[in-house]
Design a protein around this ligand. Sequence first.
Ligand SMILES: Cc1cc2nc3c(=O)[nH]c(=O)nc-3n(C[C@H](O)[C@H](O)[C@H](O)COP(=O)(O)OP(=O)(O)OC[C@H]3O[C@@H](n4cnc5c(N)ncnc54)[C@H](O)[C@@H]3O)c2cc1C
Length: 404
Amino acid sequence: MIDFSPPPNVEQTVRDIHRFIENDIAPIEHSLADHLTNEHLYLREDGRLAPEVLAAQQTIRKRSAERGLYALHMPQEVGGGGFSLTDMFFVHEAVYQHGIGVAQWMLSWTEGPNHMLMFLTEEQQQKYLLPLVRGETTGAYAITEYRGGSDVLGMETRAEKHGDTWVVNGTKAYITNAQYADLIFVCALHDPSKGGAGATAFIVERDNPGLTIGRTYRTIMDDGMTGELQFENCQLSADHRWGEEGQGFYLSMGMINWIRVRRGGMCTGLGQYLLDRCSDYIKNRRAFGGPLSRFQALQWMVVDSYLDVQAMRSLSLQSLWQADQGNLWALKVDPHLIKTVCALKVFCDEALYRVADRAVQLHGAHGLMKESGIEKIFRIARNLRIPGGTDEIQRVNIAKALGL
Ligand SMILES: Cc1cc2nc3c(=O)[nH]c(=O)nc-3n(C[C@H](O)[C@H](O)[C@H](O)COP(=O)(O)OP(=O)(O)OC[C@H]3O[C@@H](n4cnc5c(N)ncnc54)[C@H](O)[C@@H]3O)c2cc1C
C-alpha cells in the first residue's frame, strides 16, 4: 500500500506557498489586472513583455527564491530544497490551484534551474547554476529548429572544434525565454553520423557577439516569452561546454523530461481550479426559473471534469513515485521510465484540455471573455499539447517502450 499524502515538511511548504501568494503576489496581480486581460498592455509592439510585466516577473521570482520556494526541486547542495518529484507534485498543484495570473512565476519553469545542470563542472555550477537557483539570472534551452522539431536529431545547427574553441552556427526556433535569458543552453551536432552521441551542449552568455536574439513570436497564449535565436560563428571556449562532448542530446532530453513531469501538479492544480469555478458558476447562475446546476446535462460535464482531475492526480502521483524510485536524471534513462513520464504528460495535457473546453462551455459567453480568466487557461491548455514533445511524440515513446 503506497501512501501518497505529503510529508509534514511538504505540507508546511504548501501552507507557505498559499500565504506567499495571498500576501505577496495578490497585490502585484491586482496592480497588473489591466495588463493581464489586455494583450496590448501586456505586450510591447514587438511582441515582447511590457516593462512592468517583466519587472513583476523578476520581482516574484526573486522574492520566491528568497523564501526558498523557487528551486525546491533542486538538490540542497546547490541551494535547492531537495524535494522529490512526488513532493514537487504538491508544490505545483498548490500554485496552479490559484489559476493563471502571475503566481506561476514563483516557480522555476523552463527559465530556471533543472537537474541536468548538475552535470556542469564545480566551477560552472558556481558561476552559472547558483545564480539561476537564486533567481538572479534566467536561462533558455535551445533545442528545436524549423527543420528539426520533433525529429530533434534532424537539427541543422553545427558545432565545429577549432583547437580548444568550439564554433556554433545555426538557428533555434520557438525558444521559451529567448529574449530575456542571461544564459542559453544550446544543443548542436558535431558528428551527425553518431546520432544522439554526435551532439554536444554549450552555455552561451547573452553578450556573446555570435548570438543574435531573433524575432518574438505571437503565440496562442499572447505570452511574449517565445523567441528565435541565431548563432553565427559563435565562439565558445572549452569551459562553456555543458557536460562532456557527445552528451548534449541526452542532457537536452533530460531537461525536457523535467518539463514533462512538471505537468502532473500543474494540470491537476489548474483542473481543480476550473472544476471549482464551474461548480460555483452553475450553482449561482439562474435561468429557466432556477440555478443551471439542476440540469443533468451540465452536472455531467462537471462530473466528467471531476473524473479527469481525479485521474490526473492519481496517475501523476503514481508516475512520479515510480520516477523517484528510478533515476530520471541519468544521461540514458530506462525506456520504461520514459514511458511512465510520457504517459503522465500526454494524459495530463489532454485531460486538462478537456476540462478547460468544458469550463468555457459551462460559462457561456462569460467563459470566452478575457476578464473571465477561463479562456486564457483554455488557450494555455491547447498550447501544452505541443511543447515538451507533442501528444503524438509521447505516444511514439510509449509505443517504443511497449516493444511496438
Ligand atoms: C510555446 C512554445 C514554447 C516552446 N519552448 C521551447 C523551448 O524552450 N526550447 C525548445 O527547444 N523548443 C521549444 N518549443 C518547441 C517545441 O518543443 C516543438 O514545437 C515541438 O517539439 C514540436 O516540434 P514542431 O513544432 O517542429 O512540430 P513537428 O515536429 O513538425 O510536428 C508536426 C506534427 O507532426 C507530428 N509528428 C511529428 N513526428 C511524428 C512522428 N514520428 N509520429 C507521429 N506524429 C509525428 C507532431 O506530433 C505534430 O502533430 C516550444 C514550442 C512552443 C509552441
